[in-house]
Design a protein around this ligand. Structure first.
Ligand code: CU
Length: 142
């Protein structure tokens, strides 16, 4: 009887530890380049440190050397584009290094959403925003 209770507690402790990496309610996705781009990456969206803020982290590799890519989380999906989420001014363009890798973070002045559809996109450049070089749908960890 007692042994069973201890085992149950240990199981509960180990499963909550596994969830510590991606918290309940977080969003995450894989970013893939559109031909001919070889971009690969990840995006995560989680509650920010301050109340009613959301922190987005974008990491990519495989881009052309030393590029600057405007990017945003948008509402919708890669297949069905929508508007920018959380205000376009919150996003600082991603500056890639000589190996085509880069990282950018954005803090949005909105609470982490619990519903909806979101995706991240990387635009070719500030002057060719209509050209999307990479995209990734975000999945909700419910
Ligand atoms: Cu965008």
């Amino acid at each position: 009887m007692k042994k069973t209770a201890i085992i149950a507690m240990l199981l509960a402790a180990s499963s909550s530890a596994a969830f510590a990496v991606a918290r309940h309610g977080d969003w995450a996705g894989m970013v893939m380049g559109k031909e001919p781009s070889k971009i690969h990456g990840t995006v995560t969206m989680a509650a920010g440190k301050d109340a009613n803020t959301t922190e987005v982290t974008l990491k990519i590799t495989g881009d052309a050397a030393s590029t600057t890519r405007p990017w945003h989380v948008h509402m919708g999906s890669c297949a069905k584009a929508g508007g920018v989420f959380g205000g376009g001014k919150s996003y600082t363009p991603l500056v890639g290094d000589a190996k085509g890798a880069g990282e950018s973070k954005a803090t949005l002045a909105v609470a982490l959403p619990d519903t909806g559809s979101y995706y991240v996109n990387l635009h070719e450049s500030a002057t060719t925003m209509a050209n999307i070089v990479a995209c990734g749908d975000l999945k909700h960890d419910k």
